[in-house]
Design a protein around this ligand. Structure first.
Ligand code: PEP
Ligand code: MN
Length: 340
């Protein structure tokens, strides 16, 4: 349920309502828009206190949010959420491009990739040191040993870093170096981990689970938001279908649909979405045409030497080409977005 305050409501009236909500055992989440403040009332059956709050001074209206996701719902916040990463507003007027290898596998190659993607115009660098691999015999990431390499790349390029966490201790291990914590597809419903990153004051990039519905995905976002961390960026990365030519089927329906349902920024990862290098750029362009706020692209200086996901990684030159193709597309879309 949301309580919409009148535009002339006073601070005291707002505080009084928040106190009433708390006194009845619910949590209050505030969303301050340009014109009005909204209080999201969270808990089991908040509508039971509708009559109590509806007549309180300063209240314009009380609206029941029928969908199960509440804080990520457009009804809670009418404007788009902007998530600040470095000097970029993700969800704002310009595309956010994250690029880098699937995993940090070799210091020199990682640093070379970092320099090249920066040159090409990436806004953030990706590189996993904790890798969720389907087989326990596959490369699991450099773990703690990779952290110094991440630091060096960040120092050299100045690019913010997006790094995946698999478990709560990884958050601490990456505390000094990661600017954005990625929750991967396989952990999208790891509710304990979602609550942990919800307690951290750092942006979270939440990938869609490979078998998750859009509603399940938004409910996972809700786990983070309900802990007080509102800086969530959603990432569509493909879902499992009967098709076998591609690793996943990139569900671009999700992009405009998320923008209808939610105020959270949504980006697209066509690397995992297709699993094939040749399909990455076409689907990246399609994602932007569909309204995505950005892209996450796997790029490796020498994809043939990559210890994970080389087959879907662009070369730095391929990434540069993609960025060059994005520029006229963005102009043609006449969207108020700019690529670097
Ligand atoms: C990744 O980004 O390298 C990754 C493991 O992605 P996903 O969780 O989408 O499979
Ligand atoms: Mn990968």
């Amino acid at each position: 349920m949301i309580i919409v305050m009148r535009h002339d409501a006073t601070k005291a009236q707002l505080e009084n309502l928040v106190a009433q909500v708390h006194a009845r055992g619910f949590r209050a989440h505030l969303s301050g828009g340009d014109e009005r403040t909204v209080i999201g009332v969270i808990g089991i059956d908040p509508f039971s206190i509708r009559d109590v709050v509806a007549d309180a001074p300063g209240v314009a209206e009380v609206v029941r949010i029928t969908r199960p996701f509440k804080l990520s719902n457009r009804e809670f916040r009418a404007g788009d959420t902007h998530v600040r990463v470095g000097d970029h507003d993700v969800g704002g007027d310009s595309l956010w491009i994250v690029a880098g290898p699937c995993s940090v596998d070799d210091e020199e190659l990682f640093l070379e990739t970092a320099r090249r993607v920066k040159q090409a115009g990436a806004h953030a660098l990706r590189g996993g040191v904790f890798k969720p691999r389907t087989s326990p015999y596959s490369f699991q990431g450099l773990r703690g040993d990779g952290v110094d390499i991440l630091k060096e790349a960040r120092r050299e390029t100045g690019l913010p870093l997006v790094c995946e966490v698999l478990a709560a201790p990884d958050i601490e291990a990456l505390a000094d170096v990661a600017d954005v914590l990625q929750i991967g597809a396989r952990n999208m419903q790891n509710f304990a981990l979602l609550s942990e990153v919800g307690r951290v004051r750092k942006p979270v990039l939440l990938k869609r689970g490979m078998s998750a519905t859009i509603e399940e995905w938004l409910l996972s976002a809700e786990y983070v938001l309900s802990q007080g961390n509102y800086d969530v960026i959603l990432c569509e990365r493909g879902i499992r279908t009967f098709e076998t030519y591609t690793r996943n089927t990139l569900d671009l329906n999700a992009v405009p649909l998320i923008r209808e349902l939610s105020h959270l920024p949504v980006i697209v990862d066509p690397s995992h979405g297709t699993g094939r290098r040749s399909l990455v750029s076409p689907m990246a362009l399609a994602a932007i045409a569909a309204g995505a706020h950005g892209l996450m692209i796997e790029v490796h200086a020498h994809p043939e030497a990559a210890l994970s996901d080389g087959a879907q990684s662009l070369t730095p030159a391929g990434f540069q080409e993609l960025v060059d193709q994005l520029k006229p597309l963005v102009r043609a879309l006449r969207k108020p977005v700019a690529v670097p």
